[in-house]
Design a protein around this ligand. Sequence first.
Ligand SMILES: [Zn+2]
Ligand SMILES: [Zn+2]
Length: 261
Amino acid sequence: MVSLFDMHVHTTAGSPDSGLDPEELLTECRRLGLSGALVAEHNGWARHEYDRFVANHDKDVVIIRAIEAYTNWGHCICIGMDQYVSGMNNVEILRKEADKVGAVIILAHPFRFLFDPAGVYTRNVLFEDPKTLPKTAIEATAHIVWKNVHEVEVVNGGNIEKENRFAQEVAKVLGWAGTGGSDAHSTAGLAKGMTAFHGDIRNERDLIDAIRARAMTPLENYHVGRTALYSDQNVEPIMPFLQSLDYYETSPVLSGPDYMP
Ligand SMILES: [Zn+2]
Ligand SMILES: [Zn+2]
């Protein structure tokens, strides 16, 4: 059974800039028919509070907690790490800490601002120097960050199309599946970016295993009934699900790894 997850949501449980209550998230997931959501909080969601929340609600929607950590190479969604560890704002240290506890790291919105004129607040964190911008997805994979994360977010609801498409091309070069999430801070835009896992995701363990196996396919615009595939890889396992929808579209065919938006 395909499990549908929004893999990047912020709630009031651990993100001061969010207006979305976890209760409201559950209700909205049910309304949209999602299997669950990954709550990737800026400050983390305290274990005891999360446990209490889960204990007090039906398990038909699976809410999993994660930390969206700010690092030297951008925002890293860490699944399986209980809390911030000293030094984890450095991706290499973060990876060592993640390996100790079997956690996985998804690099979130890696190419945000890449195509903007570089300004103080609009600089891409991986390629800060406008003179060294990658011209192709292959060039972008030379960055050291890819050795220290497990997967990459290719659909981010807060990104512009070009930024997401470039991430998707990089994922393809790396041989990764890519994930999708909305980065929603309210019910608006929830499930704009989605990940269809190929099997059942009942808990954090299942989620980590599925990400390691890359048994997933990123999707976009599920929330408005215009579900679009965001990859031309890993499509077969989710075809029955797509065909069960009233409408879906396959992603435009891109020109290959040299594609530059
Ligand atoms: Zn972020
Ligand atoms: Zn975020």
